[in-house]
Ligand binder design. Structure first.
Ligand SMILES: [Zn+2]
Length: 303
């Protein structure tokens, strides 16, 4: 069990909400699972962190949120993160080994790896009814700015988002990861905007604050300096995949009999691997025949 946590706070005057998360273990797990290059670790880590924070904002218990970046000119390929409504998150990218470049400052050039031409797609599934789907063009490919751009243009919510992943300079292992999402509520006044801008401009990067030993609550307090702050909730979060053998069986049941049988032709058994955790599910020919039988049984029940 890791130490990752998420906290949500609101100013007692109801003007500003903020969520902050530490995601070091989550991003470390993702980097191990997907064997990511340094820049891929940072890109996926930032997306996982943003997704976890947005997921924890969902009120419905069975809800989930998917952030997908489709890139035209980036080398990461498509990036996907999915969070449940408790902030537990999983994700992958198409090209985990993509080449790493740095800015002259020595920071990882995430924007170049992800690309500047593409879209950020947000899908909120409330567990029942129609999902909510939003899409914006990428702002910079640096992820935090793209999420800010999404809230500004798609949901008209003034938002500040900061996300950071700190890697060991030599081993490229994840040392720290975290982020926050601050949003002005409809009751906010121009004076609130001024104060928040002033607070944010004096904030250090999230991983710098975490490295100094600041808690996620202290990061929220610093961003909301001058306000009285109330904690809405705080909870542990982790990298969590929801795949199961039953779900793979259900996916097989969507296929035709011929396609199910064909999937075992090459190796004598069928294999399906999970994008999010790389777990491999194997099905023998006999097991596939059972799935086909089950499929026909459930088809008959429907008729
Ligand atoms: Zn999985």
């Amino acid at each position: 069990m890791g130490n990752d946590r998420i906290i949500r706070c609101i100013t007692t005057d109801g003007a500003v909400v903020i969520s902050a998360a530490e995601t070091s273990d989550i991003v470390f797990t993702a980097s191990r699972l997907h064997k990511t290059s340094p820049v891929a670790t940072a890109a996926l880590g930032r997306l996982l962190t943003g997704c976890s924070i947005m997921g924890a904002q969902l009120k419905q218990k069975n809800a989930s949120i998917t952030l997908r970046i489709n890139t035209v000119d980036g080398q990461t390929g498509t990036l996907v993160a999915v969070s449940d409504s408790m902030g537990n998150v999983r994700g992958y990218l198409d090209n985990p080994g993509c080449p790493t470049e740095y800015y002259s400052s020595g920071k990882l050039n995430v924007g170049k790896a992800v690309g500047k031409n593409g879209t950020l797609n947000v899908l909120r599934d409330y567990g029942s009814g129609e999902p909510y789907i939003g899409m914006v063009p990428l702002t910079s490919g640096e992820i935090a700015e793209d999420i800010t751009g999404y809230f500004a243009s798609s949901e008209q919510i003034p938002t500040v988002c900061a996300l950071g992943v700190l890697l060991n300079k030599e081993t490229h292992e994840v040392m720290l990861s975290g982020g926050f999402l601050l949003q002005l509520l409809p009751g906010a006044l121009p004076s609130d905007i001024d104060r928040i801008e002033k607070n944010i401009s004096s904030l250090e990067p999230v991983t710098t604050m975490l490295a100094k030993g600041m808690s996620i609550k202290e990061i929220c307090d610093k961003a909301l300096e001058g306000y009285e702050v109330e904690v809405l909730d705080e909870m542990p979060i982790e990298y969590r995949c929801s795949c199961s053998r039953e779900k793979v069986e259900r996916a097989f049941m969507m296929m035709s009999d011929e396609d199910i049988r064909a999937s075992a032709e090459e190796k004598g058994h069928a294999e399906a691997s999970c994008h999010f955790c790389n777990r491999i599910y194997r099905f023998s020919k006999d097991e596939l025949e059972e799935i086909i039988k089950e499929k026909h049984r459930s088809d008959e029940e429907k008729n």
